[in-house]
Design a protein around this ligand. Structure first.
Ligand SMILES: [Zn+2]
Length: 482
């Protein structure tokens, strides 16, 4: 124990106590076994509150006073009730078969349930998922039915209580030890790709884009069951019932597996080209450009292709202004700054995604001294921890203040990105400055003649490609043959 913990604990304010318990709930929802919700107890001397958390809601029970014999009895009954709840009712997702569920002795295995590396030893470990079986109603265009997969390594998980709790897990068909309903005549399991709106159109002169799209094999949706129905009844129209949505797709490589800055540049340029194609042809706007969604695949000859992954938040371009499409989406550090302004309601433009791509590059080359190794000083670390207001101001300072002294300063490993950053940032500054002028004129003259989609041609696919098609004095590969 260090000195910090030896000190007699300061009494927590009720608010700080709630934050602390919410922190534990977030860890339980983010790590370890896959959960739809968590039930915790807040105990302070003889007062107890039961608290329910899912990814969008916190529900507190009334305060129980254990010094009151009736309330004490109620408390004991509630604990007994909880003990009798099914794994699903306790928050473990449906149709997950985990070894510890039928062999509780496993819970004693050190390191399996709690992450030993965690500071306080309270973060659940991902190892608990390895070897679990998950049965889903699996759909492809040609087949429907249940399918059981065996879970392996957890490749990615988002740490957050609010909104989506994305998890990426390596899976195999569980048929390895027996018969599998999906086994074909050749003995191989059926893992054929889905024909989606995007892949349907990627033929002939568009075939190049297939190398830059994820290969989705199947999908499933599980509803939240009786509990979600009851929450809906209780909270009414304002409450969106939560669903578990999943897809199974071919495994891609994270960009931190790349080795040189030229490879990073090519992957970023590929993603730009893929984004433009998806926007122009299937008319889909991605809306969630982030570092985690930019990946790559290697073909048989070890060539590298950047892939724009995760279309969960994507919207059809022609429906993007519909009020249901949820304007404020994305991953905070990478969101276009306008979307983080209080009261912003759109419109949504493709250039917002390009602004996100700029932040992906900026944060990558400032925060990593080489692939996978963080820099000593993290210039923009507050973009990951602070709220929208703060990030909006920081990004405005970067893009809306005409400051000729700003000089891009990437880490030495990424040194050749300086030109990209400088030019892209300057085109954004020019765009917002022209937009300001046009708005001012419009206030006098009434009409606005300014292309908001491209900030008056200052910031568009065209201007981005003009910068990104070359890197460090060399031409990168342009994928679209046209
Ligand atoms: Zn199989």
């Amino acid at each position: 124990m260090d000195n910090e913990e030896n000190r007699s604990p300061q009494p927590l304010t009720p608010q700080a106590f709630r934050y602390q318990v919410a922190g534990y709930a977030r860890d339980i929802l983010s790590y370890g076994v896959i959960r739809s919700h968590v039930i915790t107890l807040m105990i302070d001397d003889a007062k107890v509150i039961f608290v329910y958390y899912d990814h969008s809601l916190i529900v507190e029970s009334e305060v129980l006073d254990l010094q009151d014999s009736e309330q004490k009895l109620l408390f004991v009954k509630m604990i007994k009730q909880m003990h009798a709840l099914s794994p699903e009712a306790l928050g473990i997702i449906p149709n997950l078969q985990a070894p510890f569920m039928y062999d509780p002795k496993q819970l004693k295995n050190p390191g399996l349930y709690l992450e030993p590396a965690a500071k306080e030893g309270t973060i659940p470990s991902h190892k608990v998922l390895v070897g679990c079986l998950l049965t889903v109603d699996y759909n492809t265009k040609t087949r429907q039915g249940q399918r059981t997969v065996r879970l392996g390594k957890v490749l990615f998980c988002s740490n957050g209580i609010n909104g989506r709790g994305t998890k990426v897990i390596r899976v195999t068909c569980s048929c390895k030890d027996g018969d599998c309903a999906w086994k074909g005549k050749d003995g191989e399991c059926d893992w054929k790709g889905l024909k989606l709106r995007c892949t349907d159109m990627a033929v002939d002169e568009h075939a190049w884009v297939l190398k830059h799209l994820p290969n989705v094999l199947g999908w499933f949706i599980t509803d939240g069951g009786a509990l979600q129905v009851r929450l809906k009844l209780m909270f009414g129209a304002d409450y969106d019932e939560r669903l578990i949505c999943g897809s199974i797709q071919e495994e891609l490589c994270p960009i931190m597996d790349l080795e040189s800055q030229e490879q990073f540049a090519q992957v970023m340029y590929d993603v730009l080209q893929c984004h433009e194609w998806v926007y122009t042809h299937p008319r889909v706007l991605h809306r969630d450009i982030s570092q985690a969604n930019i990946m790559f695949r290697r073909d048989a000859t070890k060539k590298i292709y950047g892939v724009l992954n995760d279309y969960d938040l994507a919207a059809l371009v022609d429906e993007r202004h519909a009020p249901t499409s949820g304007h404020r989406t994305g991953t905070k550090p990478y969101m276009a700054h306008e979307q983080q302004r209080t009261g912003w309601t759109g419109p949504l433009f493709y250039r917002h995604d390009l602004e996100s791509l700029f932040y992906v590059i900026l944060l990558l080359v400032y925060h990593y001294q080489r692939p996978g190794v963080k820099a000593e000083k993290l210039e923009f670390v507050k973009w990951f921890t602070e709220g929208d207001d703060f990030i909006y101001k920081e990004k405005s300072n970067l893009l809306r203040v005409v400051d000729f002294s700003w000089i891009a300063a990437p880490q030495p490993f990424f040194g050749a990105f300086r030109y990209w950053l400088q030019t892209i940032r300057d085109s954004l500054v020019d765009g917002f400055s022209d937009q300001g002028l046009a708005l001012r004129k419009a206030r006098v003259g009434g009409q606005i003649s300014f292309d908001l989609e491209t900030l008056g041609d200052n910031f568009s696919y065209k201007t981005m490609s003009a910068v990104m098609r070359n890197f460090d004095g060399k031409e990168l590969v342009t994928r679209n043959p046209k």
